[in-house]
Design a protein. Structure first.
Length: 340
């Protein structure tokens, strides 16, 4: 195949690929779109692929949609890109998408943007949506069901949807409480995430259950997930009480905010108050002091969600999936036996 015969101006067309490969436009289209019913010799397939590479040809997304072809792309909607928890989730989604031949489009969800995500599928830009946000007031779940859009909820459970991909959130809270109770703590506070977020409510409910089981005092405050939220939660708790000896936060970012508040109060970790955070990141090992965490299988959850969504795109019915990998403690020295 001689690259000299390739057009040198403008965007390459499917007809150009077909002409260079010596096949019909229909055959070239079917080969490039992996249509299973096309009958072509391996040598012919390779000629078409080589021609497309030579010409730098990329199939037009709109044309693929009109032809009923999959876009081979998925959208991941997250609520807030600045939340570090999404880094590992996105990595798992990206790796599995690449392994299955899908491009991943990451978008940040905002109020009133639900129809935009539905339109991504309607316009043929993506084949399905991974929803990483499901607040109570979010209209997106209803829109997706109404429009029959393939989707899964990842790290967010929507009751009755039958398409949630989640982790053992309750086990994480129990693990944290058991660790602190074993160290002798009897007043253990939980700085939870926003009350309108399902996963925050689930962690808080599991924390309360574990505390009741251990017969310990367990005050709870609901605040935003970020550093400012953690500092606010610490202020709410320690402005009113001086008997708290341990704190479990709903995010690593919150724990950073707690450390900031403690420094202004002269509270030492772990000498005065033990601190443990939900989820783990390398950052936790470089704080002062290094933080104990409950590590969660976020990347595995991302990979699982992609497989579940691709199964829907292929025509399989949606199902709820709980990632089987259990949370685990990562101990670095921010929890110790109580001295009170």
């Amino acid at each position: 195949m001689d690259p000299a015969t390739a057009p040198r101006r403008g965007r390459s067309r499917l007809a150009d690929v077909a002409r260079l490969a010596g096949v019909s436009t229909s055959t070239a289209s079917k080969i490039l779109n992996d249509v299973p019913t096309v009958s072509a010799r391996p040598a012919t397939r390779q000629r078409v692929i080589d021609a497309a590479l030579t010409l730098g040809y990329h199939p037009n997304v709109t044309a693929r949609a009109l032809a009923g072809m999959p876009a081979r792309a998925l959208a991941l909607m997250v609520e807030e890109l600045t939340n570090p928890i999404y880094a590992r989730l996105i990595r798992g989604v990206f790796e599995e998408g690449r392994a299955l031949g899908y491009t991943i489009l990451v978008v940040e969800g905002t109020q009133g943007s639900d129809e935009s995500f539905v339109n991504l599928v309607a316009a043929g830009h993506v084949d399905g949506i991974l929803v990483g946000s499901a607040r109570r007031d979010n209209p997106l779940p209803e829109s997706l069901v109404r429009q029959n859009v393939p989707h899964v909820f990842v790290n967010r459970a929507v009751e009755g949807s039958g398409r949630n991909v989640t982790m053992e959130l309750a086990s994480a809270s129990w693990l944290a409480v058991e660790r602190l109770v074993d160290l002798g703590h009897r007043v253990i506070a939980h700085i939870a995430g926003p009350a309108e977020v399902e996963t925050a409510r689930m962690r808080a409910a599991a924390f309360a259950s574990a505390a009741r089981e251990a017969s310990v005092d367990a005050p709870v405050v609901h605040v935003p997930f970020g550093e400012a939220g953690g500092a606010l939660g610490a202020a709410k708790l320690f402005d009113e009480r001086n008997d708290i000896t341990a704190v479990f936060t709903s995010s690593l970012s919150q724990a950073v905010g707690v450390l900031h508040d403690f420094r202004s109060r002269g509270i030492r970790v772990p000498e005065d108050v033990s601190l443990i955070a939900y989820d783990d990141m390398p950052l936790a090992g470089y704080l002062n002091p290094p933080l104990d965490t409950v590590a969660m299988p976020l990347e595995e959850m991302g990979r699982t969600a992609v497989r579940a969504l691709v199964a829907q795109v292929s025509g399989e019915p949606p199902i709820d999936i709980v990632v089987p990998t259990l949370p685990r403690l990562v101990l670095r020295g921010s929890t110790t036996a109580t001295r009170k």
